[in-house]
Design a protein around this ligand. Structure first.
Ligand SMILES: [Zn+2]
Length: 121
């Protein structure tokens, strides 16, 4: 029983190491897979990062970022509202699950764009 759970945990850890933390995202400027999952995560919070290959400044696409920001706001207001008016801790749990799901959408479906100065030669 215990070893079964251990095996599941072991494979989950392997899965996350292989697919999530080792995953690299393509730079929109030079197409090299140079953006780490940590940098991609930062982009979801309106921050920019720099491509290690071509030095381009990379940001998330602003319109989808706005949509994601709206989803975050809606998620918190909806579940926290239910928690406040209906009571029951499960709504806070749903809010946490929703938050994680939105972050996963942010990581894997957020298009990127490179920021370039117009005067750059
Ligand atoms: Zn690049």
């Amino acid at each position: 029983m215990l070893s079964q759970e251990f095996m599941v945990l072991y494979f989950l850890t392997l899965f996350f190491q292989r697919t999530l933390f080792m995953h690299r995202f393509k730079c929109p400027s030079c197409q090299a897979e140079s953006i780490s999952i940590k940098d991609k995560f930062r982009l979801g919070w309106w921050l920019t990062t720099r491509c290690g290959q071509c030095e381009a400044r990379v940001a998330a696409f602003p319109w989808t970022l706005m949509l994601l920001f709206f989803l975050h706001t809606w998620n918190v207001i909806w579940w926290f509202g239910l928690y406040h008016f209906e009571g029951g801790g499960q709504y806070l749990l749903y809010m946490g699950i929703g938050w994680v799901l939105i972050e996963l959408i942010n990581l894997f479906f957020m298009p990127l764009c490179s920021l370039r100065r117009k005067t750059e030669s």
